[in-house]
Design a binder for this molecule. Sequence first.
Ligand code: PMP
Length: 294
Amino acid sequence: MAEQWIYLDGQHVTKENAKVSVYDHGFLYGDGIFEGIRIYNGNIFKCKEHLDRLYDSAKSIQLNIPLSKDEMLEAMAETIRLNEMRNGYIRLIVSRGAGNLGLDPLRCAKASIIIIVEQLAIYPEEAYLTGLKTISVSQRRNIPDALNPKIKSLNYLNNILVKIQSNYAGVGEAIMLNSQGYVTEGSADNIFIVKNGVLYTPPCYLGALEGITRNAIIDLCAELGYTLKEQPFTLHDVYVADEVFFTGTAAEVIAAYEVDGRTIGSGVAGPVTLELLAEFRKIVDQDGYKVWQD
Ligand code: PMP
């Protein structure tokens, strides 16, 4: 198998040699930010949107990224070329860097940048037709005035606790509510419901990441002539929806066929979900940055 090259602070190193300090505040405290990005047919899908979100997250947590956006893009493209990757997943990580054991980020001299590119197969293709069995979890989404979910931070313990609960229940994805009981998002994706031909997705201020796939689906809905409403809804609305689906870079567009024991629609991925998935897959190698010029 060909060597996997990882970008680590300006150098490309092998997977075995890609090591960071135990004093790195990303490791000690989840102090840092990241992006998960897909490359389809040599195209970094929604590259600008991902870089914008990364730099916005950095600004929000007052983290100085030692590369400009253009330099970051070049580092990403170089890593992709080195790994001869045309289809896969890119993980962009910026941690606060090595400091001391104290919390103070001023002790961290320089942010650390890591770029990993890998193959990705999160769900088997048949899951896109059958959908996923899901539950709602008791774990509430981080409240925005404590740690705003709009910041794509390295602190994913809230989401990991959801994964633990969904593993225990033996389901593929879970729905998180906010502290007022409104639906927010999945463990690593946004959520939509369809009722009587109208689509609904929670506004991000309720406590959700502003997903780039979510925004792409909102744009597709407009192009396809669907009415889409960003408005708060509850689990009741999810239970009685005709279709429920999740969106995310890794998951793309995937249905839930069951939520908390309630069958959704006809118990398989519904027509709107499948249409949006098909339309989404048509644009993923168009809209972004082409790494390979052939
Ligand atoms: N919510 C959370 C918590 C996530 O981790 C992700 C994955 N990045 C998403 C939503 C979906 O966002 P995107 O479409 O930008 O991947």
